[in-house]
Design a protein around this ligand. Structure first.
Ligand SMILES: Nc1ncnc2c1ncn2[C@@H]1O[C@H](COP(=O)(O)OP(=O)(O)OP(=O)(O)O)[C@@H](O)[C@H]1O
Length: 257
C-alpha cells in the first residue's frame, strides 16, 4: 500500500515543527526516518496516521487517514509509539489481543481466530513464555516486544514504528528487524519506522529520509544518505562509514583527537 505526503507542514504551540515535507513510500517497501533529536520524526509519523493536523496532503493507499474512523484506521495502519502507556496489570496475551479490537464486533468477544493470531504473533516474537505475565512485571525490552506484538496482531497492511528497537539488546534488535522484514517480504507490508541506530536503519531500509530542523535534508538509498559529511552536518557527529558486504553502509563513531 503506497504512502504519500505532499507539502506537509505541522505547527505545535505556534512553532513550525515540520515544513514542506514530501514523502513517497512504495507499497511493500521499508522507509526509515532518521534525524537528530527534536528533528520532527515522531511528529511525521503521527501526521502519517492522521493524528497531527497540519497543512498538506497525506494519503495511504489513496485514502486520507484523517478522514478514517478509528476502527477503519486500525485495519489499515498499525502503530507503535515511542513511549507507550501500558496497563501494568494486564497480561501480555490480553494486551496482544487488544490488537484484534477492530475485528471484534461491538459488545462481542474475540473469536478463536483472534486468539490464534495473538498466540502466533507472541510465538514469532518469542514471547510465548510471557503470555500470562502482567505487563508491569516485564523488562524494558520485553515490554517493547509486547507493544510490537499488539501492533502485529492488527494484521494491517501498513506498519508504522516509532523507535522499535531502543530498549532491545543487539540480538533482540536483529530478531525484531528480521521479523518486520520477513512480514514485509511475505505479506507485502509497507513499513515506516524512525530509528536512531543509523547502521541498523541502513541495513534494513530501502530508503532513508533524513529530517533536520523539520525539513527533509536528504532522502534516497542508505549509501547516498549515510555519508560522513551528512552525519557531521546534521548530527554534529564524527563517524567512519564503511561499506558492508552487501554494499550497505556501516557506521562507527570516531573520537575527536
Ligand atoms: N505536543 C507537543 N507540543 C509542542 N511541541 C512539541 C510537541 N511534541 C513535540 N514537540 C516539539 O516538536 C519538535 C519535534 O518533536 P518530535 O518528537 O517530532 O522529534 P523527534 O525527531 O521524534 O525527536 P527524538 O529523536 O528526540 O524522539 C521538538 O522540538 C519538540 O519539542
Amino acid at each position: 500500500m503506497t504512502i504519500a505526503l505532499r507539502g506537509l507542514g505541522v505547527e505545535l504551540d505556534g512553532r513550525p515543527v515540520l515544513r514542506g515535507v514530501d514523502l513517497d513510500v512504495p507499497a511493500g517497501s521499508w522507509t526509515a526516518v532518521i534525524g537528530p533529536n527534536g528533528a520532527g520524526k515522531s511528529t511525521l509519523l503521527l501526521a502519517l496516521l492522521g493524528l497531527r493536523p497540519g497543512r498538506g496532503a497525506v494519503t495511504i493507499g489513496g485514502r486520507d487517514p484523517r478522514a478514517l474512523r478509528p476502527r477503519e484506521r486500525a485495519r489499515l495502519v498499525a502503530y507503535t509509539p515511542q513511549r507507550p502507556q501500558l496497563p501494568d496489570g494486564m497480561t501480555v496475551f490480553d494486551y496482544t489481543l487488544l490488537g484484534r479490537a477492530s475485528y471484534i464486533p461491538y459488545l462481542g468477544r474475540e473469536s478463536a481466530r483472534d486468539r490464534a493470531v495473538a498466540a502466533d504473533v507472541l510465538d514469532r516474537l518469542r514471547l510465548t513464555e510471557f503470555a500470562a505475565r502482567p505487563l508491569g512485571r516485564l523488562s524494558g525490552g520485553e515490554r517493547q516486544r509486547a507493544v510490537l506484538a499488539r501492533a502485529l496482531a492488527q494484521q494491517a497492511p501498513v506498519l508504522i514504528l516509532d523507535e522499535p528497537t531502543t530498549a532491545l539488546d543487539i540480538g533482540h534488535q536483529q530478531q525484531v528487524m528480521e521479523l518486520v522484514d520477513t512480514l514485509r517480504r511475505d505479506d507485502g507490508l509497507t513499513v515506516v519506522t524512525t530509528i536512531h541506530d543509523l547502521t541498523l536503519a541502513g541495513q534494513y531500509a530501502d530508503a532513508l529520509i533524513l529530517l533536520s530542523g523539520g525539513r527533509v535534508a536528504a532522502s534516497g538509498r542508505p549509501a547516498d544518505v549515510l555519508t560522513r559529511e551528512m552525519i557531521a552536518e546534521h548530527f554534529d557527529a564524527r563517524v567512519q562509514v564503511a561499506e558492508g558486504p552487501d554494499g550497505r553502509p556501516i557506521l562507527a563513531p570516531e573520537r575527536p583527537r
